[in-house]
Design a protein around this ligand. Structure first.
Ligand SMILES: C[S@@+](CC[C@H](N)C(=O)[O-])C[C@H]1O[C@@H](n2cnc3c(N)ncnc32)[C@H](O)[C@@H]1O
Length: 297
């Protein structure tokens, strides 16, 4: 597959793609759980009814190695019988996409392994989509739009490719203060390696202000913009360095060049910073995110 636009952003994610591939399977059950909020917001049943039962076309943007593209594919009738989510009268297919071709390749490989046949992957910069106007019923994007160089252009593109009556659904992080895991990571890596989110050129929280995010969707053309807030807390034995997947997937390129001593210090500092969240022998650290949805009238 060819690279859509080799710039700084795609280079950062290209360098992180091996970390995303490494963790994909282990994180899939937790991903599936939170993806349900996006599927609910997309109202596949209502859209299907409006389309008189015609198969739906879903476009997932910045899919990484498959979330929430796989969940949408299963909700549209794909995957093995035991994993499939049966929504009466709903069928269709998913076009997954990401700016990093290696992510798309890994996604296709995983789909084959999981027997999901109603999904394809197209490398694409979501600021300049290679799709015709009005070609999808749903556009989804989980933790992706905030990483674009020009997120408003990405929102306009999402609007452009939606059919009238179609829905766009974005999962976005709440601010850093509401996400203690990320706050700890930012402080600890800043102290020990001199690199936090800012220095790494990553802004996961650019859509954290819900009022501002809602305005941005409206400016891109969306109507009926809604927001739901979610704060699940994990329950992970205190002996597990549970921050490792997220840390690898955001800072793996930096950690690979760190010494064993630095990595040891990072793990010790993460434990200490998050220790107040240990209850009953388990880390119970909340994460907080929003699901924003909008309709193309
Ligand atoms: C935090 S990851 C989220 C991946 C996946 N949606 C998930 O939730 O597991 C962000 C993804 O956005 C992709 N990305 C960043 N900028 C992009 C752009 N302009 N167009 C398309 N994808 C982009 C990255 O390659 C990366 O896979």
């Amino acid at each position: 597959m060819t690279t859509p636009s080799p710039d700084k952003t795609s280079e950062t994610w290209q360098n992180l793609s091996t970390d995303w591939i490494t963790w994909a399977e282990r994180l899939a059950p937790a991903a599936e759980k939170i993806n349900r909020h996006m599927i609910e917001a997309a109202d596949l049943e209502g859209l299907s009814a409006k389309r008189h039962g015609a198969p739906l076309d879903v476009l997932d943007l910045a899919s990484g190695v498959g979330e929430p593209a796989f969940s949408f594919a299963r909700a549209l009738g794909g995957g093995s019988a035991e994993d499939r989510v049966n929504i009466p009268g709903v069928s269709g297919k998913v076009t997954a996409s990401d700016i990093v071709p290696d992510m798309c390749d890994a996604l296709v490989e995983r789909a084959l392994e999981e027997d999901i046949s109603n999904i394809t992957a197209v490398p694409a910069n979501m600021e300049k989509l290679p799709f015709e106007d009005q070609s999808f019923d749903v556009v989804s994007c989980r933790f992706g739009v905030m990483f674009c160089d020009d997120p408003d252009q990405a929102l306009r593109e999402a609007f452009r490719v939606l059919r009238p009556g179609g829905k766009a659904v974005f999962m976005v992080w709440a601010p850093l203060v509401d996400n203690p895991l990320f706050a700890a990571m930012d402080a600890v890596l800043g102290n020990i390696l001199g690199i936090g989110f800012d220095a790494a050129g990553l802004d996961p929280f650019g859509f954290g202000d819900v009022d501002h995010a809602t305005d941005r969707l409206k400016k891109a053309g969306f109507s009926d913009v809604t927001d739901t807030s979610h704060s699940p807390a994990g329950r992970i034995p205190e002996t597990a360095p549970f921050w490792k997947p997220q840390m690898d997937m955001l800072f793996g390129n930096v950690l690979r060049n760190s010494s064993d001593m630095e990595v040891g210090a990072i793990n010790a500092a993460m434990f200490e910073t998050l220790a107040p969240y240990i209850e009953d022998g388990h880390f119970q650290v909340p994460i907080c995110f929003h699901v924003l949805s909008g309709t193309r009238a």
